[in-house]
Design a protein around this ligand. Structure first.
Ligand SMILES: *[C@@H]1O[C@H](CO)[C@@H](O)[C@H](O)[C@H]1NC(C)=O
Length: 376
């Protein structure tokens, strides 16, 4: 009991015992790491279910491989990246969506998910997607969350900050939509007429960096920044840019993605130098995806070009809906729908984030970062 610091929560016991003893939570345990999630559809675990937008994963067959078989709002056949990371952090459950009515009491201690499908770094990304939560609003929501948290932690704001927020891992997964639904969005892009690709990448990274600094001011001390997804190889992009039967990832998009990912590494280096400790690590799923496409068999994948759920040639067109074609062998597919990869691929990516090599996670993997005894 010596480790218990008395984070007493106000509401009923929920039965998650690893962090909870009686009505006291052992948050002084150095292993206690709540998870906070920001960004777009790779992070969203259900916020968009509550919003009036076209970017939704609330109907079948989304969630088809989950224990209930029902959609949850995750853009996956089962789990998304925050789910895998929260298991690695040994949280009793993934952090709930900010808009979930169940986000109360002890569940506030596991963190919170602010991500919203369609959101990009820039405010003008996803403007056709209706009412999504863009990043500035996600940061405002985080401040609201902090008030709710302070109300259930003994010692209020100060202890909530020190024992929960400062210990958190902040997962930021954003950026693909700024390319696919902004700079490269057909038929006309104001951004593309204003900026070259390197200028646009610099703009994205500088805006993202401001958001990370703002989160630091709000108590964030450890960041996991997820670089762009393999959008140059998305079935949706192959269809729109390469034609229905296109086979190869789009070279122009691939260049943009790798520039973005390398500038993110630079940003992390600069922030880490500035703070004098490892504040941010950057994970590059496009890099892992190239490894997988070059050698799918090594990962047990058979199909890396077709989407499992969709319509048209290679299931590349439109959204994944109850009326779409659906593959039966989801574990053999890299892509679940025309934009998002399968549960299985996401699991491989999570493994790489945790223990992978430097070309996927920089400057060190997440396990190494979490093991550092840093004075933060
Ligand atoms: C984005 O929108 C928010 C308000 O929602 C505003 O405060 C912010 O300055 C905008 N950011 C940029 C870069 O225009």
């Amino acid at each position: 009991m010596a480790k218990m610091v008395g984070l007493v929560v106000g509401l009923a016991m929920l039965g998650y015992c690893s962090l909870v003893a009686g009505r006291v939570v052992g948050a002084s345990d150095p292993d206690f790491v709540p998870l906070y999630v920001f960004g777009g559809s790779r992070g969203d675990s259900g916020n968009n279910n509550y919003l009036d937008t076209t970017v939704k994963a609330d109907s079948p067959p989304y969630g088809i491989d989950s224990p209930t078989g029902h959609p949850t709002g995750r853009f996956s056949n089962y789990r998304n990246l925050p789910d895998f990371i929260s298991v690695a952090l040994k949280l009793p459950q993934p952090p709930l969506s900010y808009l979930s009515p169940q986000l109360t009491g002890e569940r506030l201690l596991y963190g919170c998910n602010f991500a919203s499908g369609g959101a990009g770094i820039l405010n003008d990304t996803g403007i056709r997607q209706g009412n999504i939560i863009r990043i500035p609003k996600q940061l405002l929501a985080f401040q609201q969350y902090k008030k709710k948290l302070a109300a259930v932690v003994v010692g209020g704001t100060k202890q909530a900050e020190r024992l929960v927020i400062n210990k958190g891992l902040f997962l930021f997964a954003v950026g693909s939509a700024d390319f696919t639904d902004n700079y490269y969005s057909p038929p006309f892009s104001a951004r593309a007429s204003q900026h070259t690709v390197p200028e646009f990448v610099d703009l994205l990274v500088s805006e993202l960096s401001k958001y990370l600094l703002r989160l630091y001011d709000l108590g964030a001390r450890r960041m996991l920044v997820i670089g762009s997804s393999p959008f140059a190889c998305w079935p949706a992009q192959l269809a729109t840019r390469g034609g229905a039967g296109a086979d190869e990832c789009d070279p122009e998009l691939q260049n943009a993605a790798s520039l973005f990912n390398s500038q993110l590494n630079r940003m992390a280096q600069q922030l880490n130098d500035r703070f004098g400790y490892v504040f941010a690590v950057v994970a590059n799923s496009a890099a892992l995806s190239i490894d997988i496409r070059n050698n799918p068999g090594a990962y047990g994948f058979i199909e890396t070009k077709k989407a499992c759920c969709g319509q048209g040639p290679y299931n590349r067109l439109g959204q994944c809906t109850p009326a779409s074609n659906l593959c039966s062998n989801r574990d053999e597919f890299l892509f679940w729908d025309s934009i998002h990869t399968t549960d299985r691929d996401t699991g491989f990516f999570a493994e790489s984030i945790l223990s992978g090599p430097a070309h996927v996670v920089f400057p060190m993997n997440l396990n190494s970062m979490l093991a550092l005894k840093q004075d933060i």
